[in-house]
Design a protein around this ligand. Structure first.
Ligand SMILES: Nc1nc2c(ncn2[C@@H]2O[C@H](COP(=O)(O)OP(=O)(O)O)[C@@H](O)[C@H]2O)c(=O)[nH]1
Ligand SMILES: [Mg+2]
Length: 237
């Protein structure tokens, strides 16, 4: 199996220094690539990736001109990986250690067992959130509740950013028609997969507050998220 982990980055220099080696050194019994999609981070995350590329041949960099949002970064990353790396599975993951690389094998196992999409879920037994304050918990919990109410998605963690996708599932989705650029990407693409009858499996994970730096979630993302959830309510399976 050929697996590509996509890491969107904006000012994650200190995190990627440790995260990229810890992913690429894990023994997953498969071919493993990491594609970093960086939006010209002012802290020069891309320079750190270029330095790491001297050690890791399977580390790739897609550098974009300016900050264009989490969703736009993933869409560009998916397209680039599908066109150049021939992956069987693509993984979404934060570049800040909130998602534990040690959980990757369980996501891949769910794909091997037949899922088209495996979600690292915080909201099923065994999953959870460590280190978030009440505000962040409310934003995440509220966002999930609203998504599930509006869209009727049969998924407990609709906004999770730790996911494994079968490449064929992604190829069946028109990524350009998702119409989102920020964090709303997560519900938008999840909904598109569900509408196409994708088998979705949730795997419990413990989400931990980022190691370094600050969150990039902004009010613009929250507004786009609610507008997207509302729009999706009118699109049935
Ligand atoms: N390339 C790119 N990456 C982004 C952007 N916004 C967020 N990210 C990255 O997406 C991941 C998730 O963002 P993060 O700030 O950790 O969100 P949180 O976990 O919800 O607080 C991190 O690796 C960020 O560096 C963006 O506009 N462009
Ligand atoms: Mg994060």
């Amino acid at each position: 199996m050929n697996v590509c982990v996509i890491l969107p980055t904006y000012n994650e220099r200190e995190n990627v220094k440790q995260l990229v080696p810890s992913i690429l050194r894990s023994d997953l019994s498969c071919e493993l690539h990491v594609l970093v999609v960086d939006d010209n981070s002012p802290d020069c995350t891309a320079d750190e990736i270029r330095y790491l590329q001297k050690t890791f041949q399977k580390l790739h960099l897609l550098q974009r001109e300016k900050k264009q949002g989490l969703g736009a970064a993933y869409i560009a990353g998916f397209k680039h990986a599908l066109a150049t790396l021939a992956p069987d599975v693509l993984l979404e993951m934060d570049a800040d250690f909130s998602h534990d690389p040690a959980d990757i094998p369980r996501l891949l196992a769910a794909i091997r067992q037949g899922a088209g999409l495996a979600i690292g879920s915080r909201y099923i037994p065994g999953g959870g959130i460590v280190g978030w304050n009440r505000w962040r918990r409310s934003v995440s919990g509220g966002g999930n509740l609203v998504s599930r109410m509006f869209t009727r998605l049969p998924v407990k963690d609709c906004t999770a950013g730790f996911r494994a996708w079968r490449a064929s599932t992604l190829r069946s989705i028109d990524l350009d028609s998702l119409g989102v650029s920020g964090y709303a990407f997560q519900i938008s693409i999840l909904h598109a997969a569900w509408r196409r009858g994708c088998v979705i499996k949730e795997v419990p994970v413990k989400f931990t507050e980022r190691r370094q730096g600050t969150s990039k979630l902004g009010w613009k993302d929250i507004a786009e998220f609610f507008m997207t959830a509302f729009r999706l309510a009118f699109l049935r399976r």
